[in-house]
Design a protein around this ligand. Structure first.
Ligand code: C2O
Ligand code: CU
Ligand code: CU
Length: 499
């Protein structure tokens, strides 16, 4: 990792060619490498030998821009947290809270019982700690930990309380895929943020933001503005995490090279699948292999967020306008550095990941409608930030209530969940499970929805087959919710028992 930083440090980038204009003609897609700094990986917290893990929620100052600092919060550092590497077996965690407000650590993507899940019922009060003694038992995957206090999740994740988990079985060499952290295996937490002219993070929620979810036009990767990654001349693995509050990315390579999807939220696919675009909504993870063997640089770009922009609320109008106005933007450029070791020159044929096949195993069918307006207060009512705005979204007509149990599910069973929405696209997430996406708007799931998932975009009607293998009690239930954090905090969430 040190070496990467050295290679890209100082003036090295200018020598690589300065500004280059990209294939597309939009001004939003110009990259000036001389204004960018080398992408850094979050520090690695490797628990695979110790079986122990320590996190402290703390406040700090982060310089997102030169000579300007912002107040931020993070785990063990000022913004975001370490990448936690873990393997199956016992894991003793200790989480301390040095902040004034309560936090939780929800292990989004870990299959652990409700009492270890870190949901809103497990707050860690200021000055206190939480010590779950966990058993990790799942396929290798990339997961996402973050705070989950009801009503504060959006603002606290925005300010920095999130981080990444790699569940590993140490067999990636056998799979012939890259696994050298920060060299050919890059973790990328993608976020969008707004800043004041003084470089201070700002989270000033207008009524439109509360409705659409808070989006912004400065892109951060691992908390860095204007990052550039240097990569070896070979196969590179990207672990992508959408850590944004609300923005849905549709990622692609600016030179139209294929992206090879190898893993979704819950783990590896059976074999790599070539895709041109990858839709990634808040809370979703995907792993890609990208071939840099020809030595060409590439810029990862994204299409505009489907929930915002012209005609935001009206999908059809939006589709037409997007054909005229290109809302694409740069996520991050990649520059090939031939001095970096390229371990793999070819894609693997097989990964032998376990893909879901839960068809016809369901014992129950449930319907969920994601409602922008539950009638309580009204979408426009209740003032800007008042009680009305806080409680007007819901699921099946009801806003989230910590004291109301919504569902009780039998441990070890499979259910079909039919999730629908009539306005906007919503990333639907379920705690403590992995699911199969059976259909999207009565068609086959998109390629990025084929593997095991725990979060999926619902834009119309999506059918899921959900396997409930982890217990959750009345005291420590699991959540299901929209992962647009402004929607979640406003009540688009429910909770359930598994026993
Ligand atoms: Cu990542 Cu309940 O959330
Ligand atoms: Cu979760
Ligand atoms: Cu939503």
């Amino acid at each position: 990792m040190k070496r990467r930083n050295f290679l890209l440090g100082g003036g090295a980038l200018i020598a690589l060619g300065g500004a280059y204009a990209l294939a597309a003609n939009s001004g939003n897609l110009k990259v000036d490498l001389s204004k960018r700094t080398a992408l850094k990986m979050p520090p690695l917290l490797d628990t695979t030998n110790s079986g122990k893990l320590n996190l402290t929620a703390q406040s700090g100052k982060t310089a997102f821009f030169e000579n300007m600092v912002s107040d931020t919060i993070g785990f063990n550092q000022s913004y975001l947290g370490p990448t936690i590497r873990m393997k199956n077996g016992a894991l003793q965690a200790e989480v301390n809270n040095e902040l004034r407000n309560p936090v939780t650590v929800h292990w989004h993507g870990l299959l652990v019982p409700g009492e270890h899940d870190g949901g809103p019922h497990i707050p860690i009060m200021s000055g206190e700690s939480w010590m779950p003694q966990m058993q990790i038992n799942q396929q290798p995957a990339t997961a996402f930990y973050h705070t989950h206090i009801h009503g504060r999740t959006a603002s606290d994740v925005y300010a920095g309380l999130g981080g990444i988990i790699h569940v590993t079985d140490d067999r990636d060499e056998d799979r012939a895929i890259p696994s050298e952290y920060g060299v050919d295996d890059l973790t990328m937490v993608i976020q969008d943020r707004r800043f004041t002219s003084r470089g201070q993070l700002s989270y000033d929620l207008s009524m439109m933001d509360a409705m659409h979810g808070f989006t912004a036009d400065t892109i951060l990767v691992n908390g860095q503005v204007n990052a550039v990654a240097s990569v070896p001349k070979g196969i590179v693995r990207l672990r992508l995490i959408n850590g944004s509050n609300a923005r849905i990315y549709t990622l692609s390579a600016d030179d139209d090279r294929s992206l090879h999807l190898i893993a979704t939220d819950g783990g590896y696919l059976d074999k790599p699948r070539a895709i041109d675009t990858l839709r990634l909504s808040p809370g979703e993870r995907a792993e890609l292999l990208v071939d840099f063997g020809n030595g060409n640089s590439m810029t990862m770009i994204s299409a505009g967020d489907p929930n915002t922009g012209p005609g935001g609320m009206m999908g059809r109008v939006r589709g037409v306008i997007d054909n005229v106005v290109d809302r694409s933007f740069v996520v991050m450029p990649f520059v090939v550095d031939e001095r970096l070791p390229a371990e793999f020159a070819a894609l693997p044929d097989q990964l032998n990941g376990d893909e879901p096949n839960l068809e016809n195993k369901e014992i129950a069918v449930r319907q969920f409608s994601l409602d922008m307006n539950t009638g309580s207060g009204g979408m426009m009512g209740g003032g800007m930030m008042g009680g009305g705005m806080m409680s007007n979204m819901g699921i099946n007509g009801q806003s989230f209530d910590m004291s109301r149990m919504d569902l009780s599910i039998k441990l070890g069973t499979v259910e079909k969940w039919i999730v629908s929405t009539s306005m906007l696209a919503h990333p639907f997430h379920i705690h403590g499970v992995a699911f199969q996406v059976l259909s999207e708007n009565s068609g086959k799931p998109k390629p990025e929805s084929i593997g095991w998932k725990d979060t999926v975009v619902v834009d119309g009607v999506t059918e899921l087959l959900v396997k409930f293998d982890m217990p959750a009690s009345q005291e420590n239930p699991f959540m299901y919710h929209c992962h647009i954090l402004e929607h979640e905090d406003r009540g688009m969430m429910g909770q359930f028992i598994v026993s």
